[in-house]
Design a protein around this ligand. Structure first.
Ligand code: PMP
Length: 361
């Protein structure tokens, strides 16, 4: 509608307007139940149908094999930084981390409390603008798993192919979850906070191969133990019911769009338009990330005249394009263009960028 802005935030992020309207229409009385989803018992038949439908739609979307469990958890992706080593390792086990940005680094640092993680590749010296070639990776001989961040939200670096580690591959997909098809069978665990591509904050989705469940360290809090959540179908304690419902509406919407192949096509098109505008600006705008690994989701860029960045953000906001300021740790701009960012939003941004350049070059 007219009073909505184009929201380029990295997360929580824009949601499809059709999904918000559907939620609005069901807010006070969900399908004749006489109450909102927020007010329902998480163990009643209505909510059971909601969480089961959400799971089965996600399984269709990502073609999740039956030997994988889907868990709807809380605590954000950050909680998984600890849950993963606690569930997969003993305290003396070695694990490998490839660090392509700040989130991978945070995951590594948290793992240090629960096992012996090793950074086998870091992009830090090159300011996190690259992803390593897998042939070059030297894995630790007995590493329990290899952890990657599939898309670094702050630096805009995205894996386009996944490594085939000798051991398990574990991926933080928070910021590119459900943005394209993924071969789930390549992974031991995929995890993602919902608040970028698939829903509101408060829901964390974990997709885990079932044989990896059940070996948690004795000290693992129940809330971090995958076995507890799996045995209880994500209903061990009160789950984030409304958030799960919203994720379910987004999954329905993605299926209606034709599934993740179609969604990927749209995402590629949007990203191409934006990167092209940056690359063809004669250096007025610049994206530092190596071309082959540029994120389809988060597009960081700087202005040659850095002193204009404040003005850029201000003028864009006047035209109803908001949240374009880059992360405080890297500066510059960042346009997050998740699934729900319409093509019209990207086109408007690009038109604005060209106009801004014409006025300030
Ligand atoms: N991993 C990535 C890639 C992220 O983008 C974020 C959040 N921006 C996190 C982890 C942390 O997620 P949460 O805030 O849900 O704990």
């Amino acid at each position: 509608s007219d009073d909505r802005v184009f929201n380029f935030a990295a997360g929580p992020a824009t949601l499809p307007e059709s999904v918000l309207k559907k939620a609005q229409s069901e807010l006070i009385n969900w399908r004749g139940s006489g109450m909102s989803v927020m007010e329902m018992s998480h163990r009643g038949k209505d909510f059971t149908s909601i969480i089961q439908k959400a799971e089965s739609d996600l399984r269709s979307l990502l073609d999740i094999p039956s030997d994988y469990a889907v868990l709807f958890l809380q605590g954000g992706a950050t909680t998984q930084f600890a849950a993963i080593p606690l569930n997969l390792c003993k305290p003396d086990d070695t694990v490998d981390y490839v660090v392509t940005g700040s989130w991978g680094d945070k995951a590594f640092k948290e793992a240090q409390k629960y096992c012996k993680p090793k950074v086998i590749w870091s992009g830090k010296a090159e300011k996190y603008t690259k992803v390593p070639a897998f042939e070059d990776l030297e894995q630790s001989p007995n590493a329990k798993y290899l952890h990657i961040c599939a898309n670094e939200t702050i630096h805009g670096v995205e894996f386009k192919n996944y490594p085939n580690p000798k051991t398990l591959l574990v991926a933080d997909m928070s910021s590119n979850f459900c943005s394209k098809p993924v071969d789930i069978s390549k992974f031991g665990i995929i995890y993602a906070g919902a608040q970028k591509n698939v829903g509101p904050s408060g829901v964390t989705i974990v997709i885990i191969r079932k044989d990896l469940i059940g070996g948690a360290q004795d000290s693992t809090p129940v809330m971090l133990d995958y076995k507890i959540h799996h045995e209880n179908n994500s209903l061990y304690n009160t789950p984030p019911c409304y958030g799960i419902y919203m994720c379910g509406l987004v999954f329905e919407d993605l299926l209606e769009q034709g599934g993740l192949k179609e969604v990927e096509k749209k995402n590629k098109n949007k990203a191409e338009i934006l990167y092209e505008a940056i690359d063809q600006s004669n250096g007025f705008y610049r994206c530092p990330v190596e071309h082959s690994v540029r994120s389809l989701m988060n597009v960081p860029f700087t202005l040659e005249k850095a002193e204009l960045e404040g003005e850029f953000v201000k003028e864009a906001a006047k035209e109803k394009m908001v949240q374009l300021k880059g992360h405080r740790s890297v500066g510059g701009m960042r346009a997050s263009i998740y699934n729900a960012m319409p093509l019209a939003g990207v086109e408007k941004l690009v038109a604005f960028m060209k106009d801004f350049q014409a006025r300030h070059a």
